[in-house]
Design a binder for this molecule. Structure first.
Ligand code: P5A
Length: 450
């Protein structure tokens, strides 16, 4: 993309309403625009990152054997009357009447709707196990929407639902989700720690939240610092193996890690004192096992192998896809701007032309652009007629992990400069070598966006 033809409405001033760094940088880097409290438009660069996160979530869900679909944002109230949650959900639910006077709502989550789909089509244990998911906009009329996309009213969530014949199988689905979530967050360059939590309006006893540690997080968390040494990495896992998934669950959830809702001071005391941590975190996902709560209320049953008709065991599992943008920026920035992890960056590298209009510099930039594009990479070429300082400031703000700087002086010696946004270190090299280096860095990582 050439910056002169893109829509990147960068702000010079820091918007007064933004209290935390991710909100400030998302506004300043022209990624989002607020349309109403907690409701945002995703401008091209914000949309691009959102789509990349969505792609990673899809890839990891499908790797775990989960099946993508799409449910609507608007739901009939009657479904929620069946589960009893229409009245329970309270003020957070946005209630709407259609022209016939029917009660509708903008879905805050989809347990009822998926249970209705399931009961309409599945009647035998032979069709189980089944996990369906979608990535769709949700609405919760939060009392205090704040921190930009972090606590929105309209937000983008991946929500998945498992249907199993037995509790044991449903607990395997729970473990399998934990494993796939660990992989998902790590691909986004994040460490998200599973912590025992409270199930709130979703229900059930077994639930873990995934928290990214950050001072600006809304949840207070208590943990054994040894949990921060755990990495899932690139290990191979058989998602169908109960034992493999249970082993990962045990590895990642045995050490003390809880949110304030389930914190147990007596148990925490048993953690060696030098490893006890009290901090704040951003909740980027949550998994639930709630047994037959919805299937019993709504008549979602199957005939088992013994001929008996039984309600299915279920769980639901969510990832806050739009919130993740904020969480990634909170975890990865400096005082100049965002520092995107390679796995989610909107463009793979920036090209800065120090002397736009100089034939040699223009041609060198164009050649770099063409070579990178031919390799399936997406550079953002700053071809505007601007001072070098302004171009560097924009690149630093928008946070592309790599920058190639091209100027007449370097070109005389046959070199361009390759700079890492994270370390600030620069190296001079021939243009072909810079292309080669960037291709190497993104090997296996290059996801094309929109
Ligand atoms: C699990 C999937 C559920 O709703 N039902 C379907 C279950 N869980 S949850 O924890 O309530 O939400 C899942 C994730 O969505 C994100 N989230 C939000 N993101 C931005 N703004 C909000 N107002 C908001 N509310 C929830 C969180 O990341 C949460 O973990």
């Amino acid at each position: 993309m050439r910056l002169s033809r893109y829509f990147l409405p960068v702000l010079k001033e820091t918007p007064a309403e933004a209290q935390i760094v991710s909100h400030r940088y998302m506004l300043r880097a022209g990624m989002i625009k607020q349309n109403a409290a907690g409701i945002y438009s995703w401008l091209p660069m914000g949309f691009k990152v959102l789509r990349k996160l969505e792609n990673i979530v899809h890839e990891e869900q499908m790797r775990a054997g989960h099946i993508p679909m799409l449910m609507p944002t608007l739901q009939p109230a009657d479904l929620w009357r069946e589960s009893g949650r229409y009245d329970d959900y309270g003020e957070e639910m946005l209630r709407i009447k259609d022209r016939q006077g029917r009660d509708m709502l903008y879905g805050p989550t989809n347990e009822e709707m998926i249970t209705d789909i399931f009961r309409s089509h599945v009647g035998s244990y032979k069709d189980l196990p089944l996990t369906l998911y979608h990535i769709q906009w949700k609405f919760r009329d939060e009392m205090r929407p704040r921190f930009g996309v972090m606590r929105g009213r309209e937000f983008f969530m991946k929500d998945g639902y498992n249907f199993d014949l037995t509790k044991e199988n449903a607990l395997h689905a729970y473990n399998r989700h934990l494993v796939s979530y660990l992989r998902t967050y790590e691909r986004m360059g994040l460490q998200a720690i599973p912590m025992r939590a409270d199930s709130g309006p979703i229900g059930g006893d077994d639930t873990h939240e995934f928290l990214v540690l950050a001072e600006t997080g809304e949840s207070e968390v208590f943990y054994d610092s040894a949990v921060t040494d755990l990495r899932f990495g690139d290990r191979e896992i058989d998602y169908d193996s109960h034992a493999d998934c249970a082993a990962v669950m045990e590895e990642f959830t045995t050490k003390y890690a809880r949110t304030d809702e389930t914190h147990d001071p007596a148990l925490f005391e048993q953690v060696p004192e030098d490893r006890r941590r009290v901090a704040r975190g951003i909740e980027v996902g949550q998994i639930f096992y709630f047994g037959t709560k919805y299937s019993e209320a709504m008549g979602a049953t199957v005939q088992g192998p013994d001929g008996k008709v039984v309600p299915v065991h279920m769980g639901s599992h969510g990832i806050g896809v739009s919130r993740l943008l904020g969480a990634i920026i909170e975890a990865s920035h400096d005082d100049k701007g965002i520092i995107w992890p390679e796995g989610v960056t909107p463009f793979h590298c920036g090209i800065v032309n120090l002397k736009q209009g100089d034939d040699e510099a223009d041609a060198a930039c164009q050649a770099l652009y063409d070579s990178l594009t031919a390799l399936g990479l997406e550079p953002l070429y700053d071809d505007r007629n601007e001072r070098a300082g302004g171009k560097f400031a924009t690149m630093d703000l928008i946070g592309l992990p790599w920058r190639i700087t091209v100027g007449p002086r370097g070109l005389k010696n046959g070199v361009v400069e390759l700079t890492s946004r994270r370390t600030g270190e620069s190296e001079e090299m021939p243009p072909e070598q810079a292309v080669e280096r960037i291709a190497q860095i993104y090997k296996g990582l290059a996801v094309r966006g929109i």
